[in-house]
Design a protein around this ligand. Sequence first.
Ligand code: AMP
Length: 220
Amino acid sequence: MPTNIILLGPPGAGKGTQARKLIEDHGMVQLSTGDMLREARASGTETGQRVAEIMDRGELVTDEIVIDLIRERLADGGTGFIFDGFPRTLAQADALGSLLKEQGQAIAAVIEMNVDDAELVTRISGRFTCGGCGEVYHDTTRPTRTIGVCDVCGSDRLLRRADDNAESLKVRLLEYYKKTSPLIGYFWRDGNLHRVNGLASIENVSSELSRVMSSVPQPA
Ligand code: AMP
């Protein structure tokens, strides 16, 4: 049975890309609070309207909102979750621990993806995704084979995120170092922190993640 893992790392570290590979290779379920918030925005819910400006500025939305989103998803049951972009604060990490405990579950591994800031800026500034299937591309390092068309699903809905610009990225990185990076120590203390070099190729990072996955104890 798949286990629950957290992908921890700054914006552009490759969390979303690796989550997609884990879904393919291990049948896991991605829980991305960033995607949930973008969906809430697009559907114009009250939460979506409240968080739109905060997201565009690159700041973190309140713990209460994201914890509620995760609580709803966990209440549906299941396991084998990849937490992508959550938790981002100590309060969120505590809340996740309690929510999983209530369901007799736990986090099997926290994988910290390390990438230096200069590379993050390059990655984020050229990033775009397919609005049809979510495949991630980059202007120079991973362009589509045909301009304007997704290689995977053929959609011509290729999107750039409103917060993937130099100004917001500066704030997002600051938020990461100030509020999220303390989680590295938090999870290290629990003994289930694994470090992966996010600068390696997508395939190499993916094999490293699979190696970590096979090394963690499987739930009974
Ligand atoms: P992401 O797609 O993970 O890069 O998230 C995009 C934006 O959504 C972030 O810059 C935050 O504004 C917001 N966000 C996503 N996840 C969280 C979270 N766990 N806590 C607070 N804000 C979040």
